[in-house]
Ligand binder design. Structure first.
Ligand code: MN
Ligand code: MN
Length: 465
C-alpha cells in the first residue's frame, strides 16, 4: 500500500460506527457524573481515592496496587506492570484544581443592606463570567478544636445558592467604554450571602441603630445552623463555584458542558485508563496535583517533592537496591492537560494549521511556553515519535497543536516539573472550548479517545534491549 504522503488529522466522528458512538455516550455519562460530584481538588482526590480503594489499591507500598494522598489535595497511585521498575514508570500526571473564587480569610462585609463575602480569585478567570450566575459554596471550615466541617451548599434544588450581582445596563454607560481589563474590579467580586436583619422589638433601648444589622443576623444564623463564629471563617477554605450538574450540549448531545473540565477531564480519563489497562508493560502511575492554576507551588503542587518521595518509597518496596534517580530518568510521562480548541468565533487568535480541533482526539503539545518557547518543556522528537507509532498502531485519533498564534499569549503545564527529573515527557490531553470559564465544553469523542490514548500508553510494550 502506498503510504499517505500528505498528513491530515482524523475526525473521530467520520470513523465512528454505532457501537463506538454508544461507547462514547456511555463514557460521557460516567464522566458527567464525576464532574458533577467533583468541583474542588479535595472532592476530586477523595473521589479518586475511593475508586482506588474499590479496585483493591492500598496505602501499603508492599502490594502491587498502591496509592498515597497528601493533605487530601494531591494523590499518587501506582500499579505494578510486567516489566521491572528499573525500566521506569509509565506516568500520567494531571491536576485537580480549577479556576474559582476563594473567600478571603475575613470575608463577611455589609454594604447597602446586603451581607457579602469578599473573594480573592484563584487562577486565570475572566471576571465578568462570574457575575449574575448562581454559585455554590464548596470547601471546609476548620474549628479551633481541629474539627473539620465539610461544606457543599447550593447544589441541591431545595438549598439556596449564592450570587455576585452585576451592574444594570442602564447605568453601565461609563463601564462599557472601559477596556475589559479595567471594567471588572476584583474587589467587586463580592458574593451575596444574606439580606435580612432582626425584627425590631420596639424597645426604647433599641433606638440606637445596630451597626451592620444584616451581618449581625447572618452571624446569628450561621451559629444556629452550623455552630460557626466569624473567626471560624479565618481558618476555612471556601470556594465559590458554578452551581449544577454537568450537561450534554447540542441537539446531538456530542459535547459535555461543565465547570472544571480543565483539568478533571484528564484526571477522569487517566483514572479510567489505569483501572482498565492490562498490566502488560511498565508499571503504571497516576499523579494528581493541586495548585497548577496558580503556578504549581505549594506542598501539593507539582514543584513539591511529593512525587519524588513516593517514587523513593516505591523503589524501596518494588525493586530495592536500584537508585530512585535511575527509575525517574528511565520513566516516561504524559503531562495530561487540556489545550484550547479552535474557537469558531475567534479563529484569528489561532494559527489554524497548528490549532486543535474538537473531535480530532487528544492533542500532543510538544512545547508550551510563550515568546519564543520561554518556559517550555520541549519534548524530544524520539519520545514523540514512539507515542505517534503507539497510537497509530491502535488507530487512536490524535492531533498536534500549539496554544494560539505565536506572541498572542500562551500557557504552561506541569510538564516541566516532570522534565526536571530527566524523564521523557510530553503534553497530551483533549481540547476545550471556553477553557477556564464556568461552563467549559469538551467533545465526547475526545473524552473517549483520550481515555484510549492513556490506556495505550499504560499498556505500551517495552523493548527489552
Ligand atoms: Mn490545566
Ligand atoms: Mn488551566
Amino acid at each position: 500500500m502506498t503510504p499517505h504522503l500528505a498528513y491530515k488529522p482524523k475526525n473521530i466522528w467520520e470513523h465512528a460506527d454505532a457501537k463506538t458512538r454508544n461507547n462514547m455516550a456511555a463514557l460521557a455519562q460516567r464522566y458527567m457524573d464525576f464532574l458533577t460530584r467533583c468541583k474542588t481538588e479535595r472532592e476530586t482526590v477523595a473521589h479518586v481515592r475511593q475508586r482506588l480503594l474499590d479496585n483493591g489499591y492500598q496505602e501499603d507500598f508492599g502490594t502491587d496496587r498502591v496509592f498515597r494522598c497528601l493533605r487530601g489535595k494531591a494523590l499518587f497511585a501506582a500499579r505494578r506492570g510486567r516489566v521491572p521498575l528499573d525500566k521506569g514508570l509509565a506516568l500520567v500526571a494531571a491536576h485537580a484544581d480549577s479556576p474559582r473564587l476563594d473567600f478571603k480569610q475575613r470575608p463577611i462585609v455589609e454594604q447597602a443592606c446586603v451581607a457579602q463575602a469578599k473573594t480573592h480569585y484563584y487562577g486565570g478567570i475572566r471576571k465578568y463570567q462570574w457575575l449574575a450566575r448562581p454559585l455554590a459554596l464548596h470547601g471546609v471550615v476548620v474549628r479551633e478544636s481541629g474539627e473539620v466541617l465539610p461544606v457543599v451548599l447550593g447544589e441541591e434544588t431545595d438549598e439556596p445558592v449564592f450570587c455576585i450581582a452585576d451592574l444594570l445596563p442602564h447605568l453601565a454607560q461609563q463601564q462599557v467604554k472601559q477596556p475589559v481589563s479595567e471594567a471588572f474590579d476584583a474587589e467587586k467580586l463580592n458574593v451575596i450571602l444574606a439580606h435580612s436583619c432582626q425584627q425590631k422589638s420596639g424597645d426604647k433601648d433599641e433606638e440606637k441603630e445596630t451597626k451592620d444589622p444584616v451581618k449581625t443576623r447572618l452571624l446569628e444564623l450561621l451559629h444556629e445552623k452550623y455552630g460557626l463564629t466569624e473567626e471560624d471563617f479565618i481558618t476555612a477554605e471556601l470556594q465559590a463555584v458554578p452551581v449544577g450538574p454537568a450537561r450534554l450540549v447540542g441537539f446531538d448531545g456530542s459535547l459535555v458542558g461543565a465547570y472544571g473540565q480543565d483539568d478533571r477531564i484528564c484526571v477522569f480519563t487517566a483514572l479510567e485508563a489505569m483501572l482498565e489497562a492490562e498490566a502488560a508493560g511498565r508499571s503504571m502511575a497516576l499523579m494528581i496535583w493541586d495548585k497548577e492554576e496558580i503556578g504549581s507551588d505549594g506542598a501539593t503542587g507539582a514543584s513539591s517533592r511529593f512525587l519524588q518521595y513516593c517514587m523513593e518509597d516505591l523503589v524501596r518496596a518494588w525493586c530495592p537496591g536500584v537508585p530512585p534517580s535511575h527509575v525517574l530518568l528511565e520513566s516516561r510521562a504524559l503531562s495530561a492537560d487540556v489545550n484550547g480548541a479552535l474557537d469558531p468565533d475567534y479563529q484569528d487568535v489561532h494559527e489554524k494549521q497548528n490549532a486543535a480541533l474538537l473531535g480530532y482526539g487528544p492533542v500532543f503539545c510538544k512545547y508550551t511556553g510563550s515568546r519564543g518557547k520561554y518556559g517550555a518543556n520541549d519534548a524530544d522528537a524520539e519520545f514523540f515519535g514512539e507515542l505517534r507509532g503507539l497510537l497509530n498502531a491502535r488507530a487512536i485519533a490524535w492531533q498536534a497543536a500549539e496554544l494560539g498564534k505565536v506572541d498572542h499569549g500562551g500557557g504552561g503545564t506541569v510538564a516541566l516539573f516532570l522534565a526536571a527529573y530527566g524523564m521523557r515527557v510530553i503534553d497530551l490531553g483533549p481540547s476545550l472550548l471556553s477553557m477556564h470559564s464556568p461552563f467549559e465544553l469538551a467533545s465526547i469523542a475526545d473524552v473517549y479517545a483520550t481515555k484510549q490514548a492513556y490506556q495505550a500508553f499504560f499498556e505500551a510494550p517495552v523493548q527489552q534491549n
